[in-house]
Design a protein around this ligand. Structure first.
Ligand code: IFM
Length: 686
């Protein structure tokens, strides 16, 4: 057991990026990176918000970052922070209570802070600062709200201003390029008298005190954001009361969702971090879904990918179906964007956006990476051809319906999603001379090979998901979609061409894949000249080879093991593993899941462990071509949870009844798994 806390002591500057992502706090609506309070835009300090986007001129549209209420500066006779090096420094993330603590010891003062975003709450960020004298010292603490913030594709606020409000709070206000009014209000209570100050891009107070050894200045701050004047929830009046509530509710959510693993401190820490990272993304208020980089900022345009349905949803289905419903609702609400995209590409039905924002329109640029050497944009076909996204959305919706038994959501727009997705694939398929439907010119989960025909994942997922949905809806006697129509879906699905395992048991990733240069990743990597080099696409070095970015056939087998023989599962795991770069953080968990189905439990645990430690280690790629893609990795966290719950415990949830068929390695015997059934917390010992 133990962990529950993540510690970074006397960290070095190279660790800062990793800590910023692994130690972030949030509540599914807003978040704040694990950066030091004196950090600003240069260090990418970010008060992030999910669901409000802005576009500046022809730059990429991305979520706005909020004005930053955590600014501080401390002066004593020995110097200024920032600018001074502490003797000791520490961040401690209390994962059980969702609070980040900082403690820095300087020669004359000790600085302690804590911060959190109230669990289940609105757009609030709270912070406490304590400056304690280690020897008699005159301390000047300035605490401020700043409009000088980090933005990747900004500036997003051509207009912005700072002011004092009548009650002494300070206000930063701005209007985005798209005309959204954004305000951040900061109210603070201090232990000492204060003087207001207003300077370019900063508004706040100065607290001055002659401290005797052991005395302190204490400050409590409550930051609140409003978009277009909307108060999502009233800001708490009292810091301590809000903290008490948050502490208890986060603890409850965490303890009810965590697994207690015997005798493996590292895995416990990783799994706790995965659960923590998923809980801080659980939004109980709006159907905004979860961006690929979660609350860590504007990377990937704050967009929602297949990550949500395939990697994140399973956690919420087993721990908090209120959040799961909102995730599904988001896809229902964004159906118009998917209908529009299909029309724009010349198809019918719903072609969901590869990178989706609040309106569901496609936000993935046609030139989504750059050449790091020349800076030239590279044409990528993710938006045009990564058509598996629609069936992933379909899968997510049906998983939710099957898990919760909530057929009502079908009446509330869910059935239109199903229908339009099927319509899309019918219009996108071409009928071959073999009398079967083929999907040509697509991209599978391995994004390096573009414009390929008959990607195994895509074809099989479309077929299996439609078949499974029809059989479930028929079994339920669901009349929202007429039986005749379901029959047509089924006829279509059954006529989709499926790659069968060859004589050697291998399922070819796409037509012609096996004819590519047979070089394993370990050998191939010697050809990489620049670590930022983009390996896929027309000119990419991986393109003429069998090297793939991430699990593709393996993902299919991991998601639908019941459709294949154990032999086929094993052979494909063994075949694809050496060709897989694992460049995407999504890859490990699919390998973990398939390893579990193959009974290779040691390997399953290894992949799951890697996945849980993704952000703690901060080892993932920071660049795709020349584009910065750093940040946190929610899908790796959700994927690790999937490996544990589904792969090792065999958890299956149907209409709120969870059944297990465990497949645990010896060393994990005694594991205690906590989940919910119909909203009721349960624990099961294995
Ligand atoms: O959705 C993934 C994709 O599969 C690989 N590139 C990153 C995306 C966002 O996580």
């Amino acid at each position: 057991m133990r962990p529950r806390s993540l510690l970074a002591r006397n960290y070095s500057p190279e660790d800062l990026e990793r800590i910023a992502n692994a130690f972030l706090v949030g509540n599914g609506r807003v978040g704040y990176k694990g950066t030091r309070e004196e950090f600003g835009k240069e260090e990418r300090a970010t008060f992030s918000l999910i669901g409000t986007y802005d576009q500046r001129e022809d730059k990429w549209r991305e979520p706005i970052n909020l004005f930053d209420p955590l600014g501080f500066r401390i002066e004593t006779s020995l110097g200024t922070i920032p600018g001074r090096e502490p003797l000791r420094r520490e961040f401690r993330l209390d994962m059980r209570h969702g609070i980040l603590y900082r403690k820095d010891v300087y020669e004359d003062v000790e600085v302690r802070t804590e911060r959190f975003c109230p669990y289940g709450g609105g757009l609030h960020l709270l912070q406490k600062i304590e400056v304690r004298a280690r020897k008699d010292a005159k301390v000047l603490l300035s605490s401020f709200l700043t409009t000088d913030i980090h933005e990747i594709n900004g500036p997003h606020f051509p207009e912005k201003s700072l002011s004092f409000l009548e009650d002494g709070s300070v206000l930063a206000s701005g209007v985005t390029n798209e005309g959204r009014k954004v305000e951040v209000i900061l109210r603070e209570e201090g232990s000492h008298g204060r003087r207001p100050f207003l300077e370019k891009e900063r508004v706040g107070y100065l607290y001055e005190a002659d401290l005797r050894q052991g005395e302190r200045i204490l400050l409590r701050k409550i930051g609140e954001a409003r978009i277009d004047g909307e108060i999502e929830e009233e800001a708490p009046l009292s810091y301590e009361e809000a903290r008490r509530r948050h502490f208890l509710s986060f603890e409850r959510a965490f303890e009810e969702a965590r697994a207690i693993l015997p005798r493996d401190g590292e895995l416990q820490k990783g799994m706790d971090h995965a659960v923590y990272s998923l809980l801080i993304l659980g939004n109980h208020r709006k159907a905004t879904s979860i961006p690929a980089r979660g609350l860590s900022g504007q990377v990937y345009k704050g967009a929602i990918f297949w990550d949500t349905e395939m990697f994140l949803l399973p956690f919420f289905l087993l721990t908090d179906q209120e959040v799961a419903r909102l995730l599904v609702q988001y896809r229902i609400n964004t159906l118009p964007g998917a209908l529009l995209k299909a029309r724009e590409f010349g198809f019918e039905g719903a072609f969901y956006a590869w990178e989706s924002q609040e309106d569901g329109r496609e936000r993935c640029s046609l030139y989504n990476v750059t050449d790091p050497r020349t800076g030239e944009p590279i044409r990528t076909y993710f938006a045009d051809c990564q058509i598996h996204i629609s069936i992933d959305v379909f899968h997510g919706l049906m998983e939710y319906v099957r898990a919760s038994g909530d057929l009502r959501i079908l009446e509330e727009g869910g059935k239109d999603v199903l229908r339009e997705v099927v319509r899309f694939y019918r219009s996108r398929a071409s009928l071959g001379e073999d009398g079967l439907y083929h999907f040509k010119g697509v991209i599978g989960p391995d994004e390096y090979h573009e414009l390929v025909d008959d990607n195994a994942y895509t074809n099989a997922m479309v077929r299996f998901e439609i078949e499974d949905a029809v059989s479930y809806l028929r079994k339920k006697g669901y009349g929202g979609i007429p039986g005749e129509e379901l029959g047509e879906w089924l006829r279509f699905a059954r006529a989709i061409y499926l790659q069968k395992p060859g004589k050697d048991g291998v399922i070819e990733q796409f037509a012609g894949y096996l004819g590519l240069e047979d070089v394993r990743y370990e050998e191939f990597r010697k050809r990489i000249e620049d670590p930022k080099e983009y390996l896929g696409g027309k000119e990419g070095k991986a393109t003429p080879t069998r090297v793939i970015k991430q699990a593709d056939v393996v993902a299919l087998l991991a998601l639908h093991p019941e459709r294949y023989s154990r032999e086929a599962l094993r052979k494909n795991l063994r075949f694809y593993e050496p060709y897989t770069e694992g460049g995407s953080s999504l890859s490990n968990s699919m390998y973990g899941l398939l390893s579990a189905w193959c009974g290779n439990l040691g390997k399953a645990v290894r992949y799951m462990r890697e996945s849980t430690l993704t952000d703690i280690r901060g080892s993932k790629k920071m660049f795709a071509g020349g584009i910065y893609i750093g940040g946190s990795h929610p899908a790796a966290m959700g994927g690790a949870y999937l490996d544990l719950a589904r792969g090792l415990l065999g958890a299956r949830i149907e209409e709120n009844k969870v059944r297990f068929s465990p497949n645990l390695p010896k060393e994990m015997k005694g594991l205690r798994y906590r989940y919910k059934e119909g909203g009721i917390p349960k624990e099961r010992k294995f």
